[in-house]
Design a binder for this molecule. Structure first.
Ligand code: TUI
Length: 311
């Protein structure tokens, strides 16, 4: 069994977080991941207080294991969601796409463990000083909103800069990725793209088809010029955005709005934004969450004991 300080700290079997993917990471997926021994996470994304409360209650009805909530800090509802979480006392709160410093003390006082997602050493140091219990360091291989630095370069630098556990994210989808993350000094991993291809994940079948059909060069980054780089699978939408993003940023904002919802719920392969990481090309089948977690942790165990990878 992989040894990590966070399994004991959080009361979970495997040091694996499921990423807080907007529209995707709902109560049913989070509960399935927690029931299988990982840490399931509900994405608060653009939900208001009431919508999030319903999801948290649903997750509590589906699992008695710890689970987390991810707060997307660019959401117009981030503040009210942050306030709800002080009352809800979920096991873990993760944050993304911003600086959660103002909320950390309140969440910790309520008893939640706080694991912000960061993409730079500077923010890692600041949030460690602000009292974060751990950090999720996400490299630019990841899907959705990303930073500049690759996972391979980011993890050891963050690990050296702070004295709290670091969870590696971006480009991980099997036991090799987990073992590599531990070699770089991480105490756990977070995966997003890989969970799109689990049976319990209820995205539109076309989304799964797009991920299954992805190659190593299937993703691209759009929105750099707007300051919100987003990695997603190449399609008509991303190619159009790439063409006009320098000349007409406002049109891009308009095209991007609703495009993720359109991909997840409607499966529109032309107008949808199919966020996914570079590791999409590794994923070849749909599997139940438990089977998947059991398999990749067995692989990681063997590699970390010094066995070589057998295809
Ligand atoms: O948050 C993510 N991934 C996301 S959020 C999202 S929804 C969205 N839709 C449209 C535009 C923007 C977002 C889709 N995917 N991952 C965690 C993450 N956080 N990656 C990188 C960061 C990050 C970046 C800058 C965290 C902090 C940060 O700091 C900037 C600051 O404010 O200091």
């Amino acid at each position: 069994m992989i040894r990590s300080p966070i399994t004991q700290q959080l009361g979970i079997k495997y040091p694996i977080f499921q990423g807080g993917m907007a529209w995707v990471a709902k109560a049913n997926l989070a509960a399935a991941v927690s029931n299988a021994g990982g840490l399931g996470i509900i994405a608060a994304m653009n939900m208001d207080q009431n919508q999030l409360k319903v999801e948290i209650e649903l997750a509590r009805s589906l699992t008695d294991k710890p689970f987390g909530v991810n707060v997307m800090l660019m959401s117009p509802y981030a503040k009210e969601v942050a306030e709800l979480l002080v009352k809800e006392r979920v096991a873990v709160i993760t944050t993304g796409a911003g600086n959660p410093q103002p909320y950390i003390e309140g969440w910790k006082q309520a008893g939640s463990k706080v694991f912000p997602v960061i993409a730079s050493v500077a923010l890692a140091k600041l949030l460690a000083r602000a009292g974060a219990d751990g950090l999720i360091a996400e490299g630019a291989e990841g899907g959705g909103h990303i930073g500049e630095t690759s996972t391979m370069a980011l993890i050891p630098q963050v690990v050296d800069a702070v004295d709290i556990p670091v969870i590696a994210a971006g480009g991980i989808a099997d036991g090799r990725g987990i073992a590599a993350a531990f070699m770089l000094g991480a105490s756990g991993v977070q995966m997003g793209t890989a969970f799109l291809l689990t049976k319990e994940c209820r995205v539109h079948p076309n989304y799964k088809e797009m991920v299954l059909g992805a190659s190593d060069i299937a993703t691209m980054v759009t929105g750099r010029s707007l300051g919100h780089p987003i990695r997603s699978l190449k399609n008509r939408l991303t190619r159009t955005i790439a063409q006009i993003e320098k000349s007409d940023p406002e049109l891009i904002e308009e095209m991007g709005r609703g495009a993720l919802r359109c991909a997840v719920l409607e499966g529109d392969k032309i107008k949808g934004c199919f966020m996914a990481g570079q590791i999409a090309g590794l994923l070849k089948t749909e599997v139940p969450v438990k089977e998947y977690l059991d398999r990749i942790t067995t692989q990681a165990d063997a590699l970390l004991r010094g066995e070589t990878w057998i295809k």
